[in-house]
Write a protein that binds this ligand. Sequence first.
Ligand code: PLP
Length: 409
Amino acid sequence: MTTAFWHGQAHMPTVKKAERVIVRGEGAFVWDAEGNRLFDAAASLWYCNIGHGRREIAEAVFEQMVQIEAYATFQQYATPPPLELSERLAAMSPMPNTKVFLTSGGSDAIDVAAKLARRYWSVAGRPEKQTLVSRERAYHGLHGFGTSIAGLDFNREGFGNLMPDTVRVPTNNVEALEDLFRRQGDTIAAFFCEPVVGTGGVIPPVPGFLETARELCRAHDVLFVADEVITGFGRTGQMFACERFGIEPDMLVFAKGVSSGYMPVGGVLVGERVWEPFWADGSELIFRHGITYSGHAGACAGAIANLDVLEREGLVDQVSALEPDLVTALRPLTDLPGVAEVRSGVGLLAGIELVDASMVPAALEGCYERGVLTRLLAPKTLQVSPPFVSTRDDLTRMVDVMAEAIEAA
Ligand code: PLP
């Protein structure tokens, strides 16, 4: 019997015979169906920031769901949790006067931001400003717009004609961005930017890149959309990476850490410039977008409970405190012959790039056998993004295991 479950981003001929079933989690560790205890070096898919197995989140969701599980939020309807979550997010936002559009995840939110960027310019009387710019190696989810602006080419291939009017620029090259804006700024709606490229291999910005890119967007009337699906809610040691790098975006896309993955929640923090035409008294405009589970009551209750934990336990400061420990722990890896580069130094985020992609399966397997669960970031980088509740000893042991596994590979 093979599985009926079609896994995402998976080679099914291999996976159908080799599924790994995770049955339990507690803090920074998970257990598989065979009883193996594993350090969750990737926090699942970058999201389990507060750690696994928090009963209070389950209870908060339960309490909401026995009141009302959800009620659709189209037109004037709402339930209390999305109202409370939106107030809370607006207050935390790195932009003044933020409005919040909620979704079920990051790809959904990218679609919102892309449509809103184009709609904003059409409303502003400049419908020719449609082009969406993204960076090479960028990952913005895999819905229609996310696929169209993907900077990892394999995520774009074979789907026929994608969304027109998208352009990619080199990952950390401000001159290329300026050159593009100078030539085509009049037709560009928005620049989508992960402050730290995540799935593309954990690539921090070169000093000054984000600040200058932000200024260029202002100068050329291009909206700056920060994709903080990974970096948001503390991963870089500040609540948002925009704060760490001192930039104020026009929109900020979030998901994952807003609920630590306990419930599927995402959304867009929208700055005043963009929301104002749609909210102003007397405006006839409607943003023709909406999804059934936008502001889902049970999901939002889970997110609120997650933010409570994050704040009460000071977990964002914990990330700051652990950042140098992670850098120190990773340092010896650079001397291993199998390691090409270690990229770290921005919070609890690192990428260990191996010299050869053919080593990756054995390295991942070696980590797993030794009790560390991580994953491949294309084309040959191991992901390091542990839960915020990891200890310094956990990080040291994780790196020791990875070193052994890489050497064996
Ligand atoms: N944007 C970034 C930067 C991401 O890393 C991801 C997912 O990993 C997404 C968007 C898409 O989020 P989701 O998988 O929740 O749709």
